[in-house]
Design a protein around this ligand. Structure first.
Ligand code: FES
Ligand code: FES
Length: 155
């Protein structure tokens, strides 16, 4: 089956099993390995992407229903040459350890801060409940995110 997808503003075609998860397709067919494969059950948030603007656990999303979908992955929100403000804040606050959770965290909070540019600590913690980090204290992650809200919008 052929499925046309727009991924990070690029028109692409997937040829294969429509039952494959979007995560598997991103990582194996398109070599977009930034979205991480951790729990593969929709709990940890490491595979979070945006589909038509909505946050989705790509490990649970069958690719077969995504014809013409507009997908954004971590590769579409920042690069080594041009990291986004959340990536910069995580770096500045020294919160990255193994890094497996961070692509999902960046995706989640890029969307969250777009919609809520001045969140409270409590709101940030509540929204973080879908993203697990097994290494870093969550308080430092929240500190990093709050530092961005002081500087206006996500860039
Ligand atoms: S790998 Fe998808 S939610 Fe954990
Ligand atoms: S830095 Fe290792 S899981 Fe978050």
């Amino acid at each position: 089956m052929t499925i046309r997808l727009k991924i990070n503003d690029e028109n692409l075609e997937y040829h294969g099993d429509p039952r494959a998860s979007l995560l598997e397709v991103l990582r194996t067919s398109f070599r977009l390995t930034g979205s991480k494969s951790v729990c593969c059950e929709g709990f940890c948030g490491a595979c979070t992407v945006r589909i038509n603007g909505e946050l989705v656990a790509s490990c649970l999303q069958a690719v077969g229903v995504l014809e013409e979908a507009d997908i954004t992955t971590i590769e579409g929100v920042g690069s080594l040459e041009q990291i986004n403000s959340i990536q910069r804040a995580f770096e500045e606050h020294d919160v990255v350890q193994c890094g497996m959770c961070f692509p999902g965290m960046v995706m989640t909070f890029t969307a969250f801060l777009e919609a809520n540019p001045n969140p409270t600590r409590k709101e940030l913690k509540a929204f973080m409940s879908g993203n697990f980090c097994r290494c870093t204290g969550y308080e430092r992650i929240v500190d990093a995110l709050l530092s961005i809200t002081m500087k206006s919008k996500v860039t």
